[in-house]
Ligand binder design. Structure first.
Ligand SMILES: Cc1cc2nc3c(=O)[nH]c(=O)nc-3n(C[C@H](O)[C@H](O)[C@H](O)COP(=O)(O)OP(=O)(O)OC[C@H]3O[C@@H](n4cnc5c(N)ncnc54)[C@H](O)[C@@H]3O)c2cc1C
Ligand SMILES: C[S@@+](CC[C@H](N)C(=O)[O-])C[C@H]1O[C@@H](n2cnc3c(N)ncnc32)[C@H](O)[C@@H]1O
Length: 632
């Protein structure tokens, strides 16, 4: 998906009864009231709240988030309904999101002030991403796709029960009613899906009919003579390819192998979707391998080309900040006060030009001169830097323990899985003596490079890369207030000591903490914050771990390909390749596991449960474990 700059909406609030969009010469809602229209046309027209009753999950997709009134009215109706579905997903596409100040203004007199306030507080940076906002402890999830509807039409994956078609009038906003949009409805519609819109335009009705909907008219209101309602009744539906399957229902329980960041956070995401999880770990403690350092960094990325790496790290950084903030509030050590990445090649004007070209907003990243970077870090820095306000550091082992404490997650240590096998509709896992340890319909391999032999996948798909971090220098006045990184990193631990590193060694299996690595780490830290800051002679402590890195440095996340199955006639895209039912991989997190584990875990939880995917389809392909086969 090509990144497009996100331009905020221009809103004219001069008429107190209805905000107007001058760019489209249209109102955001009728003067009779936004909630009144939402209840009558969108909820009522889709048979809500009745249709979500007794359901595990119900998904709405809206074209045109606008001021967010339809979302708030739907959320309010869900709250007020004692027979509501267990989980409500609301996916909404918006090309021109409101600036935060305008959102505040739009909801100054909201009929649902408490809900509007939560939306305002959770409002994401205006980047071309699919932003996940969780409310009601995750039972109400808003997925906001910022960008043009036609670009998102190819990228969303969901099973949608109700469509709200709420673009501006077709004559003034034809892009919102284009053929590609109706094709999206047909691709995403659940078998009993319905659609509603206040528009009675002939082109809209024809578009719906062409996409396989039965169309009817209904009496309007709020100044409209008629509205349009539709029910999905296609004559033929092509089957979804193996890498795009959305299940009807979620399994009730799952096994996860490995309790590092990947395994623990996947278990939490599954449990929150109502899937009970047992996590099996070979060590007597969780986070005993790569995820056991005292601290690690998380942040996004800016690259010259906004390709899959930059886009994935941005999506992941945006997804992890919210979940890490909640973990920090529960007592996990860490800090989200921002992070500085010093720039060694570009001068400040070139950095600013890059941000302008990619239209990346300051809430996500800023290019700052050395003087501002020094102010932010509280120590003298000699280079300009990228400042990520949503970045920071956290204690990964504490995060793992926090995730394993989620209701519905059971941890089983000192248990080495030697072999896995499919039996009927279940996966069974066995120890070295051949004894069966557990079985479940869903098995997630989150055990680093050791996942590949268990899944029967080729070993070169992941490499083990040794790394050592160092810590122990007690900093006096020269400790950075926020982490500083670039070809290494330095951060200040809560007890005032500095943690810095890390080394990268391919094909090195030495478990010992080495003085030569401490020296390398010290040199890296000196380059970042000056030799004076790390000149102390206190003995250093260190820890060694192994990163699992893939040849293209992207994670390996998704359903495991079935190498034994007959190859289909077309194999040029990973989604076309056959999969092993119920077997999933979450590995290859390289040196960015803190940033990426949350999004990857949420993706797996969505893929196995039938919830809307929190990541655009082309990035799902980019991290799909089958990508190497497709390329071959
Ligand atoms: C020195 C160093 C510094 C780093 N710094 C950062 C940083 O600042 N920021 C960042 O984001 N990332 C950093 N990383 C990377 C980060 O640590 C990893 O991306 C992340 O920890 C990977 O998590 P994981 O769960 O995939 O792997 P692991 O934490 O290794 O977890 C895999 C688990 O599976 C278990 N297991 C394996 N096989 C079996 C089996 N057969 N049966 C049962 N259990 C099994 C293992 O015991 C282990 O507990 C660093 C890594 C290193 C080495
Ligand atoms: C009528 S308003 C939506 C009102 C909204 N549903 C609410 O509850 O407040 C229509 C919205 O469609 C958005 N829009 C227009 N063209 C678009 C496009 N091509 N892609 C995505 N969104 C678009 C507009 O920016 C506007 O916010």
């Amino acid at each position: 998906m090509k990144t497009t700059p996100i331009v905020a909406a221009e809103v004219d609030f001069s008429d107190p009864s209805a905000a107007r969009a001058p760019a489209f010469d249209d109102l955001y809602h009728p003067r009779s009231g936004a909630f009144e229209q939402a209840r009558r046309v969108f909820l009522g027209g889709n048979g809500l709240p009745e249709r979500w009753r007794a359901r595990q999950r119900f998904t709405v997709l809206e074209a045109g988030f606008g001021l967010g009134n339809n979302f708030l009215a739907t959320w309010a109706a869900w709250r007020d309904d004692p027979a509501r579905c267990e989980r409500l997903f609301f996916v909404s596409i918006e090309q021109h999101p409101l600036a935060p100040a305008d959102l505040l203004r739009a909801h100054a007199a909201s009929p649902a002030p408490a809900l509007a306030q939560q939306l305002i507080e959770a409002w994401p940076p205006a980047t071309c991403n699919l932003h996940t906002l969780d409310f009601e402890g995750g039972r109400v999830r808003l997925l906001l796709a910022f960008g043009d509807v036609q670009a998102w039409a190819r990228e969303l994956v969901a099973r949608v029960d109700a469509f709200y078609l709420d673009g501006f009038a077709p004559a003034r906003n034809p892009a919102m009613w284009a053929r590609g949009v109706f094709a999206m409805l047909a691709r995403l519609a659940a078998p009993e899906a319905t659609a509603a819109t206040w528009s009675a335009a002939q082109a809209v009705r024809e578009g719906l009919r062409g996409a396989g909907f039965e169309v009817q008219t209904a009496p309007g209101g709020g100044g409209k003579r008629e509205i349009t309602l539709a029910r999905f009744a296609p004559r033929f539906r092509p089957p979804a390819p193996p890498g795009r399957q959305v299940p009807d229902a979620a399994p009730t329980h799952a096994l996860v192998i490995g309790s590092g960041l990947a395994g623990a956070i996947t278990a939490r995401a599954l449990a929150r979707q109502g899937i009970a999880c047992t996590v099996i770990e070979r060590h007597a403690e969780p986070a005993a391998e790569a995820s056991g350092n005292p601290a690690g960094l998380f942040h996004g990325a800016v690259m010259g080309h906004d390709g899959p790496h930059a886009r994935l790290l941005r999506a992941a950084a945006l997804a992890c900040a919210g979940s890490l903030r909640a973990a920090l509030a529960r007592g996990v050590p860490g800090c989200i006060d921002g992070l500085l990445r010093l720039e060694t090649t570009l001068a400040l004007p070139a950095m600013q030009a890059l941000l302008e070209r990619q239209a990346l907003p300051p809430a996500y990243v800023q290019a700052v001169p050395a003087a501002r970077a020094s102010q932010l870090a509280g120590i003298p820095l000699s280079q300009p830097a990228w400042f990520y306000p949503g970045g920071g550091w956290a204690d990964p082992a504490a995060l793992v323990r926090d995730a394993l404490a989620t209701a519905g997650v059971t941890w089983r240590g000192a248990t080495n899985v030697q072999r896995i096998a499919r039996s009927g509709d279940s996966w069974q896992v066995f120890d070295a003596a051949g004894g069966m340890l557990a079985e479940a319909p869903l098995l997630v391999l989150a055990n680093g490079t050791d996942a590949l032999p268990l899944a029967g996948l080729p070993a070169p798909w992941l490499r083990r890369q040794r790394g050592q971090v160092s810590w122990g220098l007690r900093a006096a006045t020269i400790a950075p207030r926020i982490p500083v990184a670039s070809g290494g990193y330095v951060l200040t631990l809560p007890d005032g000591r500095l943690l810095f590193g890390a080394t990268h060694q391919q094909g090195d299996d030495d478990h010992a903490v080495r003085d030569s690595d401490h020296r390398d780490n010290r040199a890296k830290a000196a380059r970042l914050i000056g030799a004076g800051a790390i000149a102390h002679n206190e003995p250093l402590r260190g820890r060694v771990g192994w990163r699992a890195t893939s040849p293209d440095r992207l994670p390996l996340v998704g359903p495991v390909p079935d190498l034994a199955a007959p190859r289909p006639s077309r194999t040029d895209a990973p989604r076309l390749l056959p999969r092993q039912p119920g077997l999933w991989l979450h590995s290859g997190l390289g040196s960015r596991g803190l940033t990426t584990a949350t999004l990857c875990a949420e993706l797996i939880a969505a893929q196995v449960s039938g919830a809307p995917w929190p990541l655009e389809a082309d990035l799902v392909d980019a991290i799909d474990p089958a990508r190497w086969l497709a390329r071959a």
